[in-house]
Design a protein around this ligand. Structure first.
Ligand code: FRU
Length: 463
């Protein structure tokens, strides 16, 4: 631990001590989602299960609710419901990560977390910071006690990446497979194409670029936050592409987030199937998955970079949250995503729909219909489409369209200022923040359907 680390740790603790009471007075503070104690949160990082503990790290800007220099904030839990807030595990305290400890992942082996991340460096000068002036370094921190890093080392610099790339190479996702280790990173080429770089290693430290995964025609200029895994026998490449052209019911957000089915071998000859967006709400980006025994869990960032809409929580000194943990499955050529069973332990009731504010709702027998939630969010569906809009409280959010099959089942997780809408057991998902009047209550059904609804309790967070 160096002097800069000690100073930053003290400053973060002080910012949290001063800001937490104010954040907790916010009527829009969430109940069953992980949020930054103070300041800013973006991507989930280093998600893993290590022994009895689930670890959630995240991009954390403790000094500025609109961003700032990134740390790795840290929560852990044994059951995904009772959480413990720990001090950030990574600080921007090395020469290779001075301007932000950017996104990355965890490899768990023998009870040790190997945390791979991107160290962001902005060199002073008159640079565009895309083709020059920026260092995106790949680094490894090793954590043996679940709480602090015992070592931190630089593994790769820009000059170690393949030729033809801009400075933008980041967000290593590392996994063990077939007797070796693999790392995928998101990259932007000099021709402004998004790609995934595949690296291989035998010792977790020395990495060789062995393949590049991309589409035959350019699909956006940068692919952020990649993930690559096998799901019920199908390989899936996840990424968050930037620069894809917007349509009426596709790519409606400033940046997209989705997946390609990958056939063949990701290390050599492969083909990518059609890209599918993972979420058609306003606030979902940069998800990460990890294996928990037999199931693959996913947590996304419930936010959107550079969005034209706002979050009213900034008035209370904090912004953004994680989605609930979801289980992923592959079925009929697509990835399904559905809340982890643990969430149901927070259900209270059932209660009357007219009293609802923070709830878990199930609707069946509902092929065509609509819902109005807390006089604010309007959901309508039928004829192959679902529409989400707001009569108030959208804070700049307008309308989102989702192509859906016949709607047989809806599940909605509604927190004080968020909605996660799961259509047909997770075939389509719409995630959004919203800001209804704090006293507004009730879910009104404007079509047919059988509603069951439970009030949701809160996560416990020990600090
Ligand atoms: C995605 C992202 C990542 C980067 C991180 C920085 O939201 O831009 O590519 O590592 O956020 O906070």
């Amino acid at each position: 631990m160096n002097a800069l680390h000690r100073d930053l740790a003290r400053l973060v603790a002080e910012a949290e001590r001063q800001g937490l009471a104010r954040a907790e007075q916010d009527p829009y503070r969430l109940r069953f989602h992980l949020m930054p104690p103070v300041g800013w949160m973006n991507d989930p990082n280093g998600l893993c299960r290590c022994g009895d503990w689930y670890h959630v790290f995240y991009q954390y800007g403790p000094f500025d609710s609109t961003g700032g220099v990134k740390h790795w904030g840290h929560y852990r839990s044994r059951d995904l419901v009772q959480w413990e807030q720990l001090p950030p595990l990574l600080y921007p305290d090395q020469t290779w990560d001075l301007h932000g400890v950017y996104s990355g992942s965890a490899l768990v082996e023998d009870g040790v977390m190997y945390l791979y991340y991107t160290g962001n460096v902005k060199h002073p000068g008159d640079f565009d910071y895309v083709t020059e002036g920026r260092g995106h370094n790949t680094a490894l921190a090793v954590c043996r006690d679940g709480v602090t890093a015992q070592s931190n080392e630089l593994l790769l610099e820009n000059r170690d990446y393949p030729a033809g790339l801009t400075c933008h190479v980041r967000d290593p996702k590392v996994f063990a497979y077939d007797g070796a280790y693999y790392m995928v990173q998101g990259a932007r080429t000099l021709e402004n194409r998004g790609e995934l770089l595949v690296f291989e290693s035998r010792d977790k430290r020395h990495w060789t670029h062995i393949n590049t995964i991309t589409t035959p025609d350019a699909f956006g200029y940068m692919w952020e936050c990649p993930d690559l895994f096998e799901l019920n026998g199908q390989w899936v490449a996840v990424c968050s592409p930037q620069g894809v052209e917007h349509g009426r019911d596709t790519f409606q957000n400033v940046y997209s987030c989705g997946y390609f089915p990958l056939d063949g071998d990701f290390r050599s000859a492969y083909t990518l199937g059609a890209y599918r967006e993972m979420d058609t709400g306003f606030d979902f980006y940069a998800p990460q998955t990890f294996l928990d025994g037999e199931r693959r869990l996913l947590i996304g960032w419930m936010g959107m970079p550079d969005a034209p809409y706002e979050n009213l929580t900034v008035a209370y000194g904090w912004q953004h949250a994680m989605t609930v943990p979801c289980r992923c499955d592959w079925q009929n050529g697509r990835m399904l995503r559905y809340p982890a069973a643990e969430l149901q332990t927070l259900r209270r009731g059932p209660v009357e729909a007219g009293d609802a504010a923070v709830f878990d709702l199930e609707l069946t027998d509902c092929a065509k219909g609509g819902l109005v939630i807390r006089d604010s969010a309007v959901l309508e569906w039928g004829q192959g489409e679902m529409t989400l809009s707001f009569t108030g409280g959208g804070a700049g959010r307008t309308v989102r369209h989702a192509k859906v099959g016949e709607v047989c089942a809806l599940r909605i997780l509604a927190d004080t200022s968020s909605l996660e809408i799961f259509v047909n057991h997770g075939e389509s998902v719409l995630t959004t923040r919203y800001y209804p009047r704090p006293d507004a209550r009730g879910v009104r059904l404007t079509g047919k359907g059988e509603v069951r609804l439970w009030e949701m309790g809160s996560l416990t967070i020990k600090r």
